[in-house]
Ligand binder design. Structure first.
Ligand code: 5AD
Length: 357
């Protein structure tokens, strides 16, 4: 059956596809890649990732920079450090940057981001695209940042199963599935290119949960997706929990997730996540071959990188080579892909939606 042509996609069908192994799994992954070539081609767009700060008010049970982890040395980049990183991106052919940080919602933080957005637009002559990944904020904050120049926002739902969401977050009144959904709706209604995503291979997560994650993204009509394997972090409550898949299986499952999502949403932007590279040195390239079209090289000043450890063995902490565009380009060339220098690389899904209005 050609599932991309049908409006109805069953969760059981998707779960069966996620369970494929061996040559059948490989065939599915290759189909994901083929759908991508036929829809958006073989250009990979880059977002220079700047990890602004690891200060976080939340305490997600899986995350290494959770507020409850007292082993983390906290940092907050200065405006100059951030603007230097942006200048680096601008001078080196990046069409876009992504600003990510632990979650803060205080007035000072909101005003600071606003000011930075304006400065970034100014220093790049309005040229550089800006993605934000700064967690749950109020409608007014999202709107304010949009008006100041951000045009994409990435907020992973983490899992679309609300019971599982509850199990992965502390019961402290700060982690509410419905609020997260509301945030995504607000982001979309303001006019951002809206991105979400999930972790794959989480404790207590079934293939049926993942099938429903795919349907959630399809039904929500997201423009961009960043999803990757769950990888343990030593200093988190989920470390050492039994019943999770071996890392290699989480990796393969993620490739099938990427391929299936590409088949059911051919025109979205999809990130080849850094977590893939943690498990396999060629992880990002394999994700690209399965249907991903975005890479987010880390351009955070090197001395801070080992403090933004969301999970164990996060790559690129001690060297820039793996994240340099020339390195990525050479790797991609082996697979007949290229980099879209100095281009925003907007989601085709978003552009077509606009035209249909
Ligand atoms: N493994 C994989 N991904 C993680 N994230 C946080 N902790 C982990 C982990 N242990 C992801 C979450 C979050 C994004 C910034 O990083 O999905 O949204």
């Amino acid at each position: 059956m050609n599932i991309s042509e049908s409006c109805y996609i069953s969760d059981t069908y998707l779960a069966e596809q996620l369970a494929l192994a061996g040559t059948e799994s490989q065939a599915l992954i290759e189909r994901g890649g083929a759908v991508k070539y036929n829809t958006i081609g073989k250009t990979v767009h880059v977002r220079g990732l700047i990890e602004l700060s690891n200060l976080c008010s939340k305490s997600c049970l899986y995350c290494g920079i959770r507020s409850g982890n007292s082993n983390v040395e906290r940092y907050n980049l200065s405006d100059n450090e951030i603007l230097d990183s942006v200048r680096f991106a601008y001078d080196n052919g990046y069409g876009s940057i992504a600003l990510q940080a632990g979650e803060l919602t205080d007035k000072r933080f909101i005003v600071r981001i606003d000011r930075l957005l304006r400065k970034i637009k100014q220093l790049s002559n309005n040229q550089i695209g800006i993605t934000l990944s700064l967690g749950e904020q109020s409608f007014d904050t999202y709107r304010r940042w949009f008006e100041s120049g951000a045009h994409r926002y990435l907020l992973r739902i983490e899992t679309s199963n609300r019971e599982l969401y509850k199990r992965l977050h502390p019961c402290d009144g700060f982690h509410d599935f419905d609020n997260r959904l509301k945030c995504l709706q607000n982001i979309k209604s303001i006019g951002y290119q809206t991105g979400t995503g999930v972790m794959i291979g989480l404790p207590f997560q079934s293939l049926s949960d993942l099938a429903n994650d795919l349907l959630f993204m399809k039904n929500f009509g997201v423009d961009m997706v960043g999803m990757g394997p769950f990888v343990e972090h030593d200093d988190t409550p989920l470390n050492g929990i039994s019943g999770v898949l071996p890392l290699r299986q989480r990796f393969e499952l993620t490739l099938r997730m990427i391929a299936l999502l590409r088949i059911i949403m051919p025109d979205i932007n999809m990130v080849a996540s850094t977590a893939m590279q943690t498990i396999d040195p060629m992880g990002r390239e394999k994700a690209v071959m399965a249907g991903a079209n975005i890479i987010m090289p880390n351009i955070t000043p090197k001395m801070f990188r080992n403090r933004y450890m969301l999970y164990n063995n996060k790559p690129g902490v001690n060297e820039d080579v793996q994240d340099s565009l020339s390195f990525i380009e050479a790797r991609l060339r082996q697979f007949d892909h290229s980099i879209g220098y100095e281009q925003w690389g907007d989601s085709l899904h978003f552009k077509l939606k606009r035209l249909k209005r």
